[in-house]
Design a protein. Sequence first.
Length: 170
Amino acid sequence: MAKINKKGFTPHPIKPPSLGRGWKGALRVFLLKKPCVLTRGAGFTLIEILIVVSIIGLMLSVSLPISYDMYRSYKASLKAEEVMVFISSLKRESFLYSEAKVLTSKDGVMRVNGKEHRFDDTFIHLDHSIEFYKNGTTSGGTVKIKVRDQIYSLNVKAPLGEIFLERTGA
């Protein structure tokens, strides 16, 4: 016997699609669903992120080699300046302590009065010896300094011993 509601109609229940009976029922549910519409959120899209990463990569590929070469040049100039400071201290000591100093080189190593003085990663060459006299004057000369691939020239001017360092090659 069917139930009658207050309006006098017999309700006919609406049955949802069946989930049972295997894959056919699942396919029926899938086909009856409304398509899902994605709305744009507050995040970035994959394309935007890829464009930003590629721009950053391009900037780094251009600037890193230049920065690295500048850093290597800076480190080489520090080594050359270390040699310059050492020679300047020799000039000062020869005057202060009234001791003559003779600067020579052999096999890329600097010698002061016959004693070796080494500088790390530095090749030093003198064409002729440079003497610092007791009275503070000098015979003058040029010291060639090679640090890795950088070449520097250290000029000691006679008679007062002015010292100039300049980069001469690669």
